[in-house]
Design a protein around this ligand. Structure first.
Ligand SMILES: Cc1cc2nc3c(=O)[nH]c(=O)nc-3n(C[C@H](O)[C@H](O)[C@H](O)COP(=O)(O)OP(=O)(O)OC[C@H]3O[C@@H](n4cnc5c(N)ncnc54)[C@H](O)[C@@H]3O)c2cc1C
Ligand code: FES
Length: 279
């Protein structure tokens, strides 16, 4: 685990409010695996937020994170520039994805979830699976990583909610169509995106009994299984997403409970953002 001195080597805006950072973090880069994340703190007084390791380069000693400006800390981070340093980054955290050769894997990515899906489908491809990627965004200006996704997929289908690129509709409808047509056996589905999207994916694959993995994003604080903040019910049992996940069997996740817990600090988050805007 590495916790100090993290220089931003590269910053790139991928889409509106979505920014990529390549950060010097040799000890994390040496150990991390697809599916793992870090918890970072921008400065001494900052809050701790979890972000997935989207790419890593062991030789260069760097990790790449992709951040959506969603509130106070992600906004502050998105304003940071190359050459600046992040106070501390803890990781790698969470269990790596269990990647095996299973046949055909469908990756479903929505919004910033596409950056989190990328290392997973890359790893699925590397062990010899056929990979079909279904990539959704609200509109064409919010699509990013197309070149990367296409490089590690046998087939990619895009959707936008407004029809400005690819299929006009939700990405989950593409998955439904593939399963309904039944033209090829789907061995596994992995879905990463907003909770409502992952929940719909779980309901689509359930009747077909296709193994389905989702990457959950409950509110995390310590990231070590001690504070209980990230607890979720999976198969009727309490799990801590930071140490038991963040990936779980979608058919066992209590999405209702997860959504409720995700909203529990909405008032505080609004106030925090207002203070920041007032400077
Ligand atoms: C394992 C994991 C991996 C993640 N990976 C990414 C990623 O790669 N890229 C990305 O853009 N986002 C990722 N997220 C979500 C990201 O952590 C939140 O967007 C961020 O914490 C919001 O903080 P804020 O202060 O900017 O916004 P706030 O205004 O504080 O919150 C905005 C929303 O973000 C969520 N959130 C707030 N605090 C936390 C927290 N401590 N932990 C988790 N969720 C929180 C809540 O749903 C909240 O309503 C991940 C979350 C988890 C749990
Ligand atoms: S974040 Fe504290 S138990 Fe998971």
């Amino acid at each position: 685990m590495q916790t100090k001195n993290f220089a931003i080597l590269e910053k790139r805006t991928l889409a509106s409010r979505i920014v990529l950072f390549r950060i010097k973090a040799p000890l994390i880069a040496r150990k991390c695996q697809p599916g793992q994340f870090v918890i970072l703190r921008l400065n001494e007084k900052g809050e701790r937020i979890p972000l997935t390791i989207s790419e890593y380069n062991r030789e260069e000693g760097t990790i790449t994170i992709v951040v959506q400006d969603a509130g106070r800390t992600t906004h502050e981070l998105s304003l940071m520039e190359e050459g600046e340093t992040i106070e501390d980054i803890l990781g790698p955290l969470g269990r790596p994805t269990d990647i095996k050769k299973v046949g055909t894997v469908v990756g479903v990515g929505g919004g910033v979830g596409v950056a989190l899906l990328y290392p997973e489908i890359k790893a699925y491809k590397e062990v010899g699976n056929r990979v079909i990627s279904l990539i959704g965004a609200q509109n064409k200006d919010l699509l990013f990583f197309q070149d990367k996704i296409e490089a590690v997929s046998d087939k990619v289908i895009y959707s936008t909610d407004d029809g400005s690129f690819g299929y006009h509709g939700f990405v989950t409808e593409l998955l439904k169509e593939i399963l309904e047509k039944g033209e090829e056996k789907i061995s596994e589905v992995i879905a990463i995106g907003p909770i409502p999207m992952m929940r719909v994916v779980a309901e689509i694959t359930r009747p077909y009994k296709v193994k389905t993995i989702v990457s959950l994003n409950p509110i995390m604080v310590d990231g070590t299984g001690m504070c209980g903040s990230c607890r979720v019910k999976v198969g009727g049992q309490t799990k801590f997403a930071c140490v038991d996940g963040p990936e779980f069997d979608a058919h066992l996740v209590d999405f209702d409970g997860l959504m409720k817990r995700q909203k529990r600090f909405l008032e505080e988050e609004k106030i925090s953002l207002q203070y920041q805007q007032r400077g």
